[in-house]
Write a protein that binds this ligand. Structure first.
Ligand SMILES: Nc1ncnc2c1ncn2[C@@H]1O[C@H](COP(=O)(O)OP(=O)(O)OP(=O)(O)O)[C@@H](O)[C@H]1O
Length: 311
């Protein structure tokens, strides 16, 4: 299927007894920003290194833009920009020299575009890379990934060390890439790093893909809470069995209800009594993700696509 920017079929990588990635079936659409999320050690870097043909899978296969990641590795390299998690640079070269070196490897890139990217990210290219802060090194990594306008950007934890204003600019750059129909694959262990820009996210845990979902859908599913204040004490079972309710704690005239989905049935149950006040709290997407990180698929279990209670 050549429509996919990335397509993996039962991709598996074991290191001896260590299962780094198991039966990964992942499809990334062209023209989207895809967030690849998982806690440390989940298998994100292993997946990416397999896609880039730096390591060979134990079994399974993968294509990038319709090309086989092993057989067509050279051609693929021209089509993608990559920021590795552990970018190695020559400490004695300046930032400018480093980027000129990368540009030569690419067969030539417009210097004016490099300068524009450096300007946007506020990268200091004049000093030796060995003297750089983590943030500035990261900027060099980003510039070399963006500079040849690749069809696919593969970014492994790209925002470590970037201050919030630069992150904003970086997000704007990602959106521009998407708006041009190009694709971004963004790996991170932190939801907050990707939720503002990603169209969809896939969560990997212990080498297995737990869920792939639109960020907006996930937000809708996130567990929310309402605090009620009643005129008189209400029965403790007021919210028992009401659709969408995860947990309800009732203490005389006060109740806190955690729920997912529409709020209608909960309000109806509450309004059997005189409601003095209510306060609804923002959904906490981070909590949903932690749920996936913690409780989702365990060997033999299958709770894909299910959001379970976090209490
Ligand atoms: N070369 C290797 N030899 C043995 N085990 C490895 C090797 N590389 C990775 N692993 C193991 O494979 C699993 C997945 O690691 P991986 O680096 O892919 O995870 P990750 O999601 O990228 O995590 P992080 O964000 O910490 O880099 C971990 O248990 C890791 O210890």
């Amino acid at each position: 299927m050549t429509d996919w920017a990335i397509d993996t079929q039962k991709l598996t990588k074991h290191y001896g007894d260590v299962v780094a990635v198991q039966d990964l079936d992942l499809q990334v659409t062209q023209g989207e920003i895809f967030g690849f999320l998982g806690p440390n050690g989940a298998g994100k870097t292993t997946t990416i290194r397999t896609l880039l043909d730096q390591i060979r899978p134990t079994s399974g296969a993968a294509t990038i833009l319709g090309r086989d990641v092993h057989r067509d590795a050279l051609e693929i390299r021209r089509l993608i920009g990559y920021v590795p998690g552990d970018l190695a640079l020559y400490p004695r070269l300046t930032g400018k020299e480093t980027l000129q070196y990368f540009a030569r490897l690419r067969g030539g890139v417009e210097q004016s575009y490099i300068d524009e990217l450096a300007e946007r990210l506020k990268a200091d290219l004049s000093r030796k890379v060995g003297d750089y802060s983590t943030g500035n090194r990261q900027k060099i990594g980003l510039i070399q990934a963006f500079m040849h306008s690749p069809a696919l950007l593969v970014l492994d934890e790209p925002t470590a060390g970037l201050d919030p204003l630069i992150q904003q600019e970086f997000h704007a750059m990602l959106e521009e890439v998407r708006d041009e129909g190009r694709t971004v694959f963004l790996s991170s262990h932190s939801l907050s790093q990707v939720e503002r820009v990603a169209d969809r996210v896939g969560i990997i845990r212990e080498g297995r893909l737990v869920v792939v979902e639109g960020v907006d859908d996930l937000k809708r599913k996130a567990i929310r809470r309402i605090d009620f204040e009643f005129a008189d004490p209400i029965p403790s079972g007021t919210f028992t069995g009401v659709a969408g309710v995860h947990e309800a704690s009732v203490e005389r005239r006060h109740a806190t209800v955690s729920f997912e989905g529409p709020v209608n049935d909960i309000l109806r149950a509450a309004m059997a009594h005189e409601v003095l006040n209510l306060n609804s709290r923002e959904s906490d997407l981070e909590e949903v993700f932690l749920t996936y990180y913690r409780d989702a698929v365990s060997p033999g279990g299958n709770q894909e696509g299910k959001v379970s209670d976090v209490h």
